[in-house]
Ligand binder design. Structure first.
Ligand SMILES: Cc1cc2nc3c(=O)[nH]c(=O)nc-3n(C[C@H](O)[C@H](O)[C@H](O)COP(=O)(O)O)c2cc1C
Length: 175
């Protein structure tokens, strides 16, 4: 099996991380992989905010937990050392698809480097639907004209979960 197939098949969503931060070289490779994702009409309509400050990540988790009424304790980012918020440009052809493909490229790049990752969804409701989230956008320097598409957490994995069974019947051939 080639290396890309091995990486695709072995990538898992990681929810337990080592405390150490990603090496800068690994972070840059991950971001580069994201920037080389396909995008509608090559618009590259994404914007990423990379957060590697523990206090800032925790403050987003706390504010989101409160604003979304998720109760305590709310630890959506699983104490991962790096959080990448993904935004898509309003008015682009397919901002959600563009940013999502970029995130998946990042997840695969992370796996290929021995790092772990997981998509975290609650940021969408937080940054799009709550006053607290809209206010925090300013603090974080999120540019105007972008909608939150999701986020990814990254770090070195402290677990390697098994793949879940694949659903049957999701492919129909006509040939
Ligand atoms: C759009 C999307 C949203 C997700 N949101 C979350 C989330 O908020 N929290 C979480 O722990 N995992 C989240 N996941 C990860 C999925 O639970 C995970 O991909 C799925 O269970 C399959 O496991 P695997 O990635 O290890 O193959 C999300 C995945 C996707 C694609």
């Amino acid at each position: 099996m080639n290396e890309i197939m091995k990486t695709i098949l072995s990538r898992r969503s990681i929810r337990r991380y080592e405390e150490r931060q990603l090496k800068e070289q690994d972070l840059q490779e991950i971001l580069k992989a994201g920037s080389f994702a396909p995008s509608a009409m090559n618009q590259q309509s994404w914007h990423f905010t990379v957060i590697q400050n523990r206090a800032v990540i925790d403050s987003i988790a706390a504010a989101a937990g409160k604003a979304l009424d998720r109760g305590e304790p709310f630890a959506p980012f699983y104490n991962a050392p790096t959080l990448i918020l993904a935004f898509g440009q309003e008015g682009a052809i397919s901002p959600v698809s563009d940013a999502s493909l970029a995130l998946e490229n990042m997840f695969l790049a992370a796996a290929s480097l021995g790092a772990g990752s997981c998509w975290i969804n609650c940021v969408i409701d937080f940054f799009e639907k709550t006053q607290e989230g809209k206010a925090m956008r300013k603090t974080l320097g999120i540019p105007d004209g972008y909608r939150c598409v999701g986020s990814g957490i990254f770090g070195y994995p402290a677990e390697q979960p098994e793949a879940k069974p694949r659903r049957e019947g999701t492919i129909h051939y006509i040939r």
